[in-house]
Design a protein around this ligand. Structure first.
Ligand SMILES: [Zn+2]
Length: 283
């Protein structure tokens, strides 16, 4: 069955319309999975839609983009703050990385071996892309942030926090997946779907990795309340992770934390992105 290649929009986590010979139909057109008893009720209670929920080993992918574990579904709900107007601003989750003032908190982004050895179109690989994604953060952290994000090969020993980057199982219903901080620690795992990303432009893969790192340290989508702003369907719930406006951020249709991206797109940090990073983790 041929794909409908109309908009060539691609989605950060769960959907993508990109040209690909890998999947028989666009992921966003796939039906949701049959949920275990009681789970749909919990998803509704947490404020999320139960439409097209996907079950993956780590939990449930809801609203196309958000990973919820069973533990998160049982969390106490939180009241969100929100900017006025339907404009994409910067938002953070309730929980952030514990990075004390006056210290440098190091997070190492480390791909697993399978991903280390994978190639991407354009004669590059995932390790190069991680390096470039990390470089975007380092350009801000030196000299402004107390959070220092670095990278290391799979065989290197590390200290401090580690975000492991894995190859997603083939056929996974997302192109990239991550979660939010918990107990003061960054979310420790990013999954990248080589079914899609092997065929993307190098800068797009860099952007996806930088975006997923953003989730791991506490950033929500800038258009969480209306994902059509960046071109995908639906909206996300502020619960259970919170959606807290970063003061001073303005309209920004180029943010690295928009929910969706166009195939081939590169989204280096904007002025608002840098302001938000400083707001959360400045020295
Ligand atoms: Zn995302």
């Amino acid at each position: 069955m041929p794909l409908a290649f109309g908009s060539a929009l691609a989605f950060w986590s769960c959907q993508k319309e990109k040209v690909t010979q890998i999947l028989p139909i666009p992921v966003q057109d796939l039906p949701g999975d049959v949920l275990p008893a009681g789970i749909a009720e919990k998803i509704v209670a947490a404020g999320f839609s139960t439409s097209k929920v996907k079950i993956i080993p780590q939990g449930y992918v809801v609203e196309g983009d958000v990973l919820l574990t069973s533990a998160e579904l049982d969390k106490k709900l939180t009241k969100p703050s929100r900017g006025s107007g339907a404009t994409p601003l910067q938002y953070t989750t309730n929980q952030l990385v514990n990075a004390p003032k006056g210290q440098t908190t190091v997070i190492t982004v480390q791909p697993d071996g399978e991903l280390m050895n994978s190639r991407i179109s354009g004669n590059t690989d995932y390790y190069d892309r991680i390096r470039d994604a990390v470089a975007r953060y380092q350009a801000v952290s030196n000299p402004s942030l107390r959070l220092y994000i670095t990278y290391a090969p799979s065989y290197a020993s590390t200290s401090g926090y580690v975000i492991h980057v894995h190859s997603a199982p083939s056929g996974s219903p997302y192109s990239g997946l991550a979660g939010f901080p918990n107990n003061g620690q960054p979310y420790g795992d990013i999954y990248l779907n080589r079914d899609y990303l092997n065929y993307e432009a190098p800068e797009t893969v860099t952007t996806v990795i930088a975006h997923e790192i953003g989730h791991c340290i506490g950033f929500r989508h800038t258009d969480w309340y209306d994902r059509s702003i960046s071109g995908c369907y639906g909206s996300e719930s502020p619960n259970p992770d919170g959606a807290n406006l970063v003061p001073g951020t303005g309209v920004d249709y180029s943010s690295w934390m928009l929910a969706c991206y166009n195939s081939g797109q590169n989204r280096p940090f904007t002025t608002n992105d840098i302001l938000s990073l400083k707001y959360l983790y400045s020295l």
